[in-house]
Design a binder for this molecule. Structure first.
Ligand SMILES: Cc1cc2nc3c(=O)[nH]c(=O)nc-3n(C[C@H](O)[C@H](O)[C@H](O)COP(=O)(O)O)c2cc1C
Length: 450
């Protein structure tokens, strides 16, 4: 059943910034900022542009290791090789923006909850309530080698650890009640002692006494994001995630995912409005449909074969593609005909008979996310159809190149969404929660005592 609030819903939009753009070869085009990863002015420009267009948030992904693999290929593909630590970058961007949400990844696999609670609480104070945390369990297995381990945690252990981690972080954010700081010179009392709480947590993975040495964040808790695809990951999302970035490619499957996730969240006492489904969308905008398709084709043609083979090898589970002809189909001895049919992760690559080059081009640019190439009207139509059809509440826009791809989307697609009444022309509030329409959580200590 629809609540009155749902009937008047507006699209939520995030802008996902990979330094030179989402497409692996975007940096080769002149519309990209070539030194983007460590160019602060580039990020100021992007974030202020997204804020002028009234995006809900900017999102920065993260790994705490470079990509692993063939260095020849890595040297032709800058993503994740040299770029700013995102919490540091977002703190600096907070000072030059006012309304836009500032969201980044921090892994629960190679961090301690106290560090993460403290850093996101600080960002929330610095930005006056605009922080968001994308909770991950590290998709880059080589992070293990930078943190005293020989191998990455197994998948279920990662998620078990993540569940405990998030519970601790939320409790640490509640260390001080909202009104703990009386700062009264006349009584010489800075904070009310009864309003400070020690956590004294001892669990399977962590032991944390607390309290946190930061006041409760302006949003209560910074907004929690998640992008899991597995059943274990989706269970954690149902429990804790307020915004979900999991990729969706098909309208009907998207509608099923939307309902499933919101219903699962209800099992944890959460309402449909407490969870926002916001999958990635790669918009490739052209003046005509033909121009957009040609632009996509052009980006694909820029992918160096070493990079393409590296991407494909990774997607196929680390197979050796060194001595194969990329203009021939993939030989059977590399992936058996049975595996092509039965492995759901691979079957979409083998639906048609493609050469190796066509295979890596098929997913290389969007890296598993949905691409829509077309005119601004066609892109807006697609966005509207999925939104009205309740497969999504919004989109994480992933421009193929930056800054040009962001400018094109903002100049051409956003005005159409606004004319159709699908997207805001002014921010509704000043915090990320207010703009996303999410409730401010009460402290677990004060709500328990009510
Ligand atoms: C939009 C998006 C952003 C993501 N950002 C990160 C990230 O910054 N760091 C990371 O380690 N994993 C990231 N992931 C990976 C997911 O957190 C997740 O591990 C992946 O989708 C596989 O799902 P699973 O963990 O449930 O198996 C991202 C995924 C998506 C779709």
């Amino acid at each position: 059943m629809q609540s009155p609030k749902q009937q008047q819903r507006h699209l939520k939009l995030g802008a996902f910034f990979h330094p030179t753009g989402h497409h692996v070869a975007a940096w080769l085009d002149e519309g990209s900022q070539i030194d983007a990863g460590t160019n602060f002015e580039h990020y100021i420009r992007l974030t202020q542009t997204a804020e002028r267009a009234k995006f809900d948030l900017v999102f920065l992904a993260d790994a705490i290791a470079t990509r692993d693999g063939n260095v020849e290929a890595l040297s032709r593909w800058p993503q994740y090789m040299a770029y700013f630590e995102p919490l540091t970058l977002l703190s600096a961007l907070a000072a030059v923006t006012k309304n836009i949400g500032l969201v980044c990844t921090a892994t629960t696999s190679y961090n301690e909850p106290y560090h993460i609670a403290r850093k996101f609480a600080s960002l929330d104070h610095i930005s006056h309530g605009r922080a968001g945390w994308n909770v991950v369990t590290s998709s880059n297995a080589s992070e293990a080698f930078n943190f005293g381990r020989d191998a990455h945690y197994g998948h279920s252990e990662r998620y078990e650890r993540a569940g405990e981690f998030v519970d601790i972080v939320k409790s640490l954010w509640d260390s001080y009640d909202d009104d703990a700081f009386v700062r009264d010179r006349s009584t010489r009392r800075y904070f009310e002692p009864s309003k400070l709480h020690f956590l004294r947590f001892k669990g399977k993975h962590f032991s944390v006494r607390g309290p946190l040495n930061v006041a409760r964040p302006p949003q209560g808790y910074p907004v929690l994001f998640q992008a899991s695809a597995s059943d274990t990951g989706k269970e954690l999302a149902a429990k804790i995630a307020e915004v979900i970035f999991t990729p969706l490619h098909d309208l009907e499957k998207g509608q099923a995912f939307y309902k499933e996730l919101k219903d699962d969240a209800a099992r944890y006492g959460r309402s449909w409005d407490d969870v926002i489904i916001m999958p990635g969308l790669n918009p490739i905008v052209g003046k005509t449909h033909k121009e957009a398709v040609e632009k996509e084709r052009y980006f694909q043609s820029l992918i160096h074969p070493d990079v393409g083979k590296e991407l494909l090898s990774y997607a196929l589970g680390g197979v050796d593609l060194n001595n194969i002809d990329i203009d021939e189909p993939l030989p059977d001895h590399i992936i058996s005909p049975e595996d092509r049919k039965t492995n759901p992760r691979l079957s979409y690559l083998f639906k048609e008979k493609l050469t190796v080059r066509q295979m890596y081009e098929k997913f290389g640019g969007a890296r598993g996310q949905r691409t829509v190439a077309g005119t601004a009207n066609e892109i807006a139509d697609q966005m509207e159809q999925w939104f009205v059809g309740r497969a999504v509440d919004g989109y994480l826009i992933q421009p193929p190149q930056l800054p040009a791809g962001l400018d094109e989307f903002i100049d051409q697609v956003i005005p159409i969404l606004q004319e159709r009444g699908l997207f805001r022309t002014e921010y509704e509030g000043s915090t990320l929660r207010e703009n996303l329409g999410l409730k401010r959580p009460a402290s677990s200590y004060t709500s328990a005592s009510r």
